[in-house]
Design a binder for this molecule. Sequence first.
Ligand code: F6R
Length: 246
Amino acid sequence: MIATRLHPDKQAAAQAIAREIADLIEIRSKSGKPTVLGLATGSTPLPLYGELIRLHREEKLSFRAVITFNLDEYEGLGPTHPQSYRSFMEENLFRHLDIPKANIHIPDGLTSDAAKHCADYEAAIHAAGGIDLQLLGIGRTGHIGFNEPPSAADSRTRRVHLDELTRRDNSAFFGDLAQVPHGALTMGVATILEARRVELIAFGEAKADIVRRAMKETPSAGCPATWLQQHPRCTFHLDAAAAKAL
Ligand code: F6R
C-alpha cells in the first residue's frame, strides 16, 4: 500500500520531507543511535538537499551521526568526473554539511570487480543496521535506483544496463547523449524494499503516467517501481502535475 502526499510545489515538498528527516535524526540521536539514509541523485531531490543544507546552516541540524548510502553510480565514471554521482552528491549536499567522510557510501563506478564490490556494499548497509529512510526518484521506465525493467523483487546491488530512455532523459546533465554511460551499479529492488521507510518524490507532468503505473499496476519486474506497493511504509510525494493521472 503506497500512501500519497500532495504538495503545492517543489519547495513545499522539500520542506516537508526535510522536516521528517530532521525529526528522525533528532529522535535517533537522543537515544545515541546513528541515522542511516539512502540517498538519490537526479534533478528531483535538489530542492530537498537545498533545504537540508539550510536546516544545517540556520537551525544547526547536525549530520555528524548520519550514515549515507547512495542508490547508484554510473559505470566507468570516477569520483572526480563532473557527471559522476559522487561529484553530484559532494557538490549538492555533502560539502555543505558536517557529515564525516567515512560515513558516506556511493558505489565505485571504477571498480574492477563489480560482483565483489556490490556484495560488499550490501554488507556495509547491513553492518550499519540497515537503512532507516530511503529517498527515491522515479524514472520514466519505472526504474527506482537504476533498476530498469525487468528487475525482480529479489534483485540485489549489482551491475545493470541502462535503458535508452533513461540515457536520453539523463543526457541533459552530460550535454551529449554519446557521453552517457551504458551501465551502472545500483542497489537492488530487495535492498530498497528492506529500508524501514521509503519516501519517493516525483514532480511534473512527465512523471504522471509512470506514477500511475507504479501505484495501480500489479507488481511486476516490467515496472520495478510497482514493487513499492509491497512495502509497509512507502509514501509518494507528488505535486499536482505528477498526480494528474491518479
Ligand atoms: C538517481 C536514481 C534515479 C532517479 C530517476 C529520476 O540516483 O536512482 O532513479 O531518481 O532517474 O531522475 P530525475 O530526478 O532526474 O527525474
